[in-house]
Design a protein around this ligand. Structure first.
Ligand code: ZN
Length: 213
């Protein structure tokens, strides 16, 4: 993990259809980077990677709804050897192309060179970056929050002023609340929240103002 948050940089790109955030996270000292989630406009992320001159070491998935993985073919075409990391509960989606929801999603995932695990309580290392994995299911079974330095990438669990949908057949609203309250609100007020959609926030702000909590 970067010794100080000052070494850590975060930038986002969002697609126009779903407003889903893909994040580029990198260590300024080493230029090692990861992409968190693959929205439907991977070209914007590829352009950002080139502009910043960073080395993508892995693609991490907070979960596997189509708006978060639809850009994987585009990213893997550009970074063919990087591992893709996902929680075991949604591994099949990436490994076997089995859609997370009961919908026909109309695209094919290319074979992934290396499929890594994101496991509760474990550290995921990508070059000089080290992420702590918090399993935060409820929106989907394998939803994870990735923690590094003073940043939490919460996927579709926690948003600024809102929480993820739990009306899908494999969602669980109570479990989502338990995930957020038990794991995310256990974090310090200063922790930055980078959600799967919309603007960033902080744990303190969500603790105080989020009407769903
Ligand atoms: Zn989403």
């Amino acid at each position: 993990m970067p010794d100080s948050p000052a070494r850590l940089r975060v930038e986002a790109t969002a697609d126009r259809q779903f407003g889903t955030n893909s994040y580029l996270v990198w260590d300024e000292a080493t230029q090692d980077a990861v992409v968190i989630d693959a929205n439907l406009e991977p070209d914007a992320m590829v352009a950002l990677v080139r502009e910043r001159g960073v080395k993508v070491r892995a693609i991490l998935l907070t979960h596997t709804d189509v708006d978060h993985i639809g850009g994987l073919p585009g990213l893997l075409a550009e970074f063919p050897d990087v591992p893709v990391a996902v929680h075991d509960a949604e591994r099949e989606v990436v490994e076997a192309g089995k859609p997370l929801r009961q919908t026909n999603w109309g695209f094919e995932l290319p074979p992934v060179a290396k499929l890594d695990r994101l496991q509760e309580g474990e550290t995921y290392r990508a070059g000089s970056l080290e992420f702590e994995v918090l399993h935060t299911p409820g929106h989907s079974p394998g939803g994870v929050t990735l923690k590094i330095g003073n940043a939490l990438f919460t996927g579709d669990a926690l948003f600024a002023g809102s929480i993820g949908r739990s009306d899908f057949h494999n969602s669980d609203g109570q479990l989502l609340l338990d995930s957020i309250k038990g794991k995310l609100l256990a974090e310090a007020d200063e922790m930055l929240v980078f959600p799967g959609h919309m603007a960033p926030s902080t744990i303190g702000r969500e603790r105080k103002l989020n009407p769903f909590l």
